[in-house]
Design a protein around this ligand. Structure first.
Ligand code: B12
Ligand code: SF4
Ligand code: SF4
Length: 379
């Protein structure tokens, strides 16, 4: 069988298995992407995601990940929301979850499907020569957007995510590395043109230049990856976004071609959709684990989740939440206590906050939480 026939069969099989976009890329990156990644790390834009720097050699050299690989099959799964992901931002008392986290963890679905495709490739093309395959989604040291952009799946937009002409900003990415030699696609052309909508809307000004993100300023990083207290300068801008952010993705004009996902597992869970921020304030460990079983949100744990909720509650202006927020001043986790101090400083009038501070601040022993009290009292 010719390499072209093998490629056509693989693309057809991947689509039959439920992948919405499929392409083939070489096992290499462009010099521009390698340089841009080095610049990103040099600038410290990865923040406390130290694992990016630790695996930098493999990230910029996909072949170093697996020297026997001859081709990369790039896939995308459409998680298009079907409704306006920014609608909830006008309702400050509600918790806003990014589209990708509205239901099941995509890693599980994409990986399972990638394994099925990989098994089929081995069975179909194995013959007398062994065919090697390895599958990746998200967590391996692969620059997935840059690799996918070297195939027909899409291009890296100015918001840095991969944009598709058929699915807009809403594709999860995955790869099958294989020892099979397949003809790489022509890389997708950049279709951003003079548009800058994604940069203009970013609430925290996280793009220092087109195609460059400073993760330390990105709400997705601050609410998901960042472990400590959220820096003060971003708290108001976070609004009610309690897990990730979609603003730059949602405004992309290419979403006019986007389609609602056909994966039931990615449609928003009704019990989370539009729920009040205050409803999450009483969550204990067991309740958190139960509520977010099978969801990507479980990864950040209860303390970080409540930290985010408290930032949202502080921004909501809902004074009725004060008693429940005040209960969290005794929470065992310092990042929860610290965020509760900030939320109360926003919800109470200055005299009431001063009385509370006089009463509670002196029993605080954690230096970071004490710093929150000091900062709030100095306002
Ligand atoms: C670390 C990480 C993050 C970090 C950093 C994001 C980032 N932009 O790098 C944080 C936590 C902020 C994050 C957020 C999100 N993430 Co994320 N994340 C990753 C992860 C694990 C690594 C990304 C990476 O390597 N970044 C390093 C930087 C340097 O890469 P880069 O920005 O792409 O840099 C390139 C450009 O700067 C380009 N470049 C430089 N100059 C120029 C000039 C021109 C002209 C061009 C064209 C390009 C160009 O060169 C660089 C190298 O290619 C990937 C999974 C993976 N293994 O790849 C998922 C991944 C990128 N995330 C994903 C998603 C869905 C998200 C969120 C939408 C989630 C959310 N709703 O909150 C947001 C989007 C925020 C945003 N605008 O990027 C998806 C994106 C899917 C897609 N269609 O692109 C991925 C691929 C996971 C997956 N398997 O589906 N993420
Ligand atoms: S995800 Fe939100 S905060 Fe991050 S770059 Fe996009 S718009 Fe800015
Ligand atoms: S919003 Fe505009 S600039 Fe940003 S990725 Fe989409 S087309 Fe490109």
């Amino acid at each position: 069988m010719s390499a072209a026939d093998a490629k056509a069969q693989i693309v057809a099989q991947a689509k039959a298995l439920g992948f919405d976009a499929v392409g083939v890329a070489p096992v290499s990156l462009s010099d521009r992407d390698k340089q841009a990644f080095a610049d990103f790390l040099d600038a410290g834009a990865h923040g406390d995601m130290g694992w990016m720097a630790e695996t930098a050699d493999r990230r910029v050299e996909p072949a170093a990940l697996w020297p026997d690989a001859a081709s990369v099959i790039t896939v995308g799964v459409n998680y298009g929301p079907g409704e306006d992901p920014l609608a909830l931002l006008d309702r400050p008392d509600r918790a806003g979850f990014s589209v990708y986290a509205g239901n099941a963890d995509y890693h599980d679905l994409v990986k399972k499907r990638l394994k099925r495709l990989a098994r089929w490739i081995v069975e179909t093309f194995g013959g007398s020569d062994a065919v090697g395959v390895k599958v990746f989604v998200d967590t391996a040291p692969v620059l997935e957007k840059a690799v996918a952009a070297r195939s027909s799946v899409g291009w890296q937009g100015k918001h840095t995510n991969l944009v598709s002409e058929s699915f807009g900003s809403w594709l999860f990415l995955g790869e099958v590395f294989t020892t099979l030699t397949l003809e790489p696609d022509a890389p997708h052309a950049d279709r951003c043109g003079s548009c800058a909508a994604c940069h203009d809307i970013c609430p925290t000004d996280a793009f220092p230049a087109p195609y460059r993100l400073d993760a330390r300023r990105c709400i997705s990083y601050l609410t998901i990856e960042h472990k400590g207290p959220i820096p003060h300068e971003f708290r108001a801008a976070i609004g009610n976004r309690v897990y990730g952010c979609d603003d730059c993705l949602a405004v992309c004009p290419w979403n006019k071609f986007a389609q609602r996902t056909k994966e039931h597992a990615f449609l928003p869970r009704p019990e989370l959709n539009g729920r009040r921020l205050a409803d999450y304030l009483d969550l204990d460990e067991a309740g958190f684990r139960e509520l977010f079983r099978g969801s990507p949100i479980k990864r950040i744990g209860r303390a970080r989740f409540l930290r985010n909720i408290l930032i949202g509650v502080g921004n909501s202006g809902e004074a009725s939440s004060v008693p429940r927020v005040a209960n969290l001043l005794d929470d065992p986790a310092p990042i929860v206590r610290g965020a509760a101090v900030w939320a109360l400083s926003r919800l109470l009038d200055p005299a009431a906050f001063k009385r509370l501070a006089n009463d509670c601040a002196r029993r605080e022993i954690d230096p970071e939480v004490r710093a929150e009290w000091d900062a709030a009292r100095a306002q």
